[in-house]
Design a protein around this ligand. Sequence first.
Ligand code: AHR
Length: 327
Amino acid sequence: MIKKTLVAASVVALGAGTLSACGGDGASADDGTITMGFAQVGAESGWRTANSASIQDSAEEAGIDLKFTDAQQKQENQIKAIRSYIQQDVDVISFSPVVETGWDAVLQEAKRAGIPVILTDRAVDTEDESLYVSFLGSDFVAEGEKAGQWLVDNAGDMDVDGDGDINVVELQGTTGAAPAIDRKEGFESVIESDPTISIGASQTGDFTRDGGKQVMEAFLQSEDGIDVVYAHNDDMGLGAIEAIEAAGLVPGEDIKIITIDAVKDGMTALADGKINYIVECNPLLGPQLMDLAQKVIDGEEVPRRVVTEETTFTQEQAAEALPTREY
Ligand code: AHR
């Protein structure tokens, strides 16, 4: 159990307008072990699998008692899981919101119960900043900008059918999810500087390989002269590769492909020449999350926003990085 003396210290250190770290006299062990409830989005992608493993391994290493649920990409399941963590009176709740909106009610419940919430990976859209103590994750707008910048910088090689225009098809992530909204916005804000580049079609593939394949099959039927696929994650890009190959075309040559994540399967396809460029999104958030949770419980100040460090990969860089790639 997190002792009441510690609780009092936490409230003071966190100051007015933030949540106290005083949840958890029901679920915690009597020896000071922190109990964390984590509501994961699902298992939709290679990125998510690596992210879940990172959180589970890091909790074990940090001696944090982790209660973990997989919401199967449904907001109602995540809300149910969070409510159950509140009922169990865990010390801290963390989750990666499947979509941006619709969280205020359940976060108010956590706040009333005195349980601090740490957002990981994805943000929520709320006007009440007191509903969570910190948000750890990538800058998705910057990721979209990097993808767009590479396309603009390499525009000379991207007009595959030589008609003077670069026709991009976009495979969006889950509708309403922060990475889908932000990666679209970032990409569009950069490509608008080049009038030869335009997005001819854009549809969600829900961040899954199967979704990416199905949407790409439809694009290949409906769109003339596709030059470039911009996929919001590797898995959808890998699904698009399957559809492109099934149509008798060569991915990476007949149609250029840009994705985001840089998980092993994506990096392998990049090194093999089937993808042309990948913007990294780092899933290994576990160690930083456990560190933040410990600090919140100890009553230390924590930053409102912790941005993950990330890079980008060309085909040559992927071949070099692959042998030591962790995920
Ligand atoms: O929120 C991060 C995104 O979610 C990853 O880019 C994607 O692969 C995952 O499903």
